[in-house]
Design a protein around this ligand. Structure first.
Ligand SMILES: Cc1ncc(COP(=O)(O)O)c(C=O)c1O
Length: 444
């Protein structure tokens, strides 16, 4: 512990930074640093160009360093760097909120700002509990998630989340949480193009939990419309519709975690719009500012907001918020991002490119190690057979080899996820897929 007083003595020493979700020791032996980025490409510290096959972390949907967004952030920093969001405000927050309300379906009309997807999830769960209480259903304290779900890394998010590695180190988590089963089944779904035909009945697992706990104890169900971080697990046809119906039947709020599916990934602004399903609460982040400034949002239906607007008007209605809620730089970035998305038609581009993307992804069928290919919008999951006794090793080797070949992919376990910026063109799709093909042929 004495060492801690000394601080870091070596400039640019890699040791001090405890990197998130990273194999720190492996990384620090062979660092991979990006020093700049533009459009579809990063530049590495050793001067190489790397094609971005993952839109950063599913967030840079319009590509990197878009001029309007860069300029908006620069300008905002000179005009108003910060304004307290508690009992005060600045115009930008209202403008972003109104635009978001206009982009989401139905009466998803009220927006609470956060700084990340994790904070959005925890905020949504808190609002769900507080709303049930506000409407006189205070016994509804149970939260339901789904196996293999990813909802960020706050205690709320990992509690309703279902990725074992993200949960097992952190004790008992939130009480009163349960999970429906996940929807992934290779026996029935392998090589699906778009939504799998099989599996709508898996939504009935929610009925099982209602039978077990009684609806009067359940506040909300949270799901990602497709599970992203767990490896691109797509919703079977009819599954989300069934979940909605079961929630309606039992007075349970349905929360869609659209942190990944928002902002055009599936060829519409949101998965709610694409599937024609009205969730009660939607969580957003990532593409909200095109990844340029941290920002998240929780959008709730009108009656949820209104249920809190009672009592003496000088009193705070919801005791929740962040120092950086609706930060001026984030709001400026979000407004410029909306403009960029609109100008480039990016909310529908994934639908336009979808058929080409689908064929390109499925052209990998039969290549070494592949046991499944799946796609929707501009995303793909490529599932590999794990190396016996070495889970996640084969996909990690593929990740490193792709990086050496100038392409950034992302892996989770033995699944490769491809989610390029929505500005990708057909030759870049070919290059992305061909690099994966060559790499898989070259590794054991
Ligand atoms: C569906 C979903 N929810 C929440 C999060 C957490 O977002 P953040 O990393 O910004 O906290 C993520 C991040 O990947 C996500 O995919």
């Amino acid at each position: 512990m004495d060492d801690m007083a000394g601080g870091v003595s070596v400039p640019n020493d890699l040791e001090a930074f405890w990197m998130p979700f990273t194999a720190n020791r492996q990384f620090k032996k062979a660092p991979r640093l990006f020093v700049s980025a533009e459009g579809m490409y990063y530049t590495t510290h050793d001067g190489r160009q790397v094609l971005d096959g993952t839109a950063g972390l599913w967030c840079v949907n319009a590509g990197h360093a878009r001029p309007k967004i860069v300029e908006a952030i620069r300008h905002q920093a000179t005009v108003l760097d910060y304004a307290p969001p508690f009992q005060m405000a600045h115009p930008g927050g209202f403008e972003v909120a109104s635009r978001l309300a206009g982009l989401l379906p139905g009466d998803l009309d009220h927006v609470f700002f956060t700084n990340s997807g994790s904070e959005s999830v925890d905020t949504a769960l808190k609002i769900a509990l507080a709303w049930q209480r506000a409407r006189g259903e205070g016994s509804r304290t149970r939260l339901i998630g789904r196996e293999r779900g990813y909802h960020g890394v706050g205690f709320g998010g990992i509690s309703v989340g279902g990725m074992v590695a993200n949960r097992k180190q952190f004790g008992t988590l939130l009480g009163g949480v349960d999970h429906i089963r996940h929807t992934h089944d290779l026996e029935h779904q392998a090589y699906s193009r778009g939504q799998p035909d099989w599996g709508a009945h898996l939504a009935d697992d929610l009925e099982r939990l209602v039978q077990l706990h009684d609806a009067s104890t359940i506040a909300a169900v949270i799901v990602e419309p497709f599970a992203g971080s767990a490896g691109v697990l797509l919703p079977p046809k009819g599954y989300l519709e069934k979940l909605r119906a079961i929630c309606d039947r039992h007075g349970i709020l349905l929360i869609f975690d659209e942190v990944i599916t928002g902002f055009g990934r599936l060829g519409r602004f949101s998965a709610a719009e694409l599937f024609g399903i009205q969730p009660d609460i939607v969580t957003l982040a990532k593409g909200l500012t095109n990844g340029s400034v941290p920002m998240g949002a929780v959008v709730v239906r009108k009656p949820i907001y209104e249920a809190f607007m009672h009592g003496p008007e000088h009193l705070v209605e919801l005791f929740h918020g962040y120092t950086y809620s609706a930060h001026p730089l984030a709001c400026a970035a979000a407004l410029a991002a909306f403009e960029t998305y609109r100008e480039d038609g990016l909310f529908t581009r994934a639908a336009e490119l979808g058929p080409y993307w689908e064929d390109a992804v499925h052209s990998l069928k039969g290549e070494p190690h592949i046991i499944d290919l799946r796609n929707m919008g501009l995303l793909a999951g490529i599932e590999l057979e794990p190396r016996p006794g070495e889970p996640a090793r084969r996909a990690f080797d593929a990740f490193l080899a792709c990086y050496e070949a100038g392409v950034l992919i992302r892996t989770t376990g033995d699944i490769i996820a491809l989610t390029p910026p929505l500005i990708i063109d057909k030759p870049e799709i070919d290059r992305l897929i061909d690099t994966v093909r060559t790499v898989l042929r070259g590794i054991d």
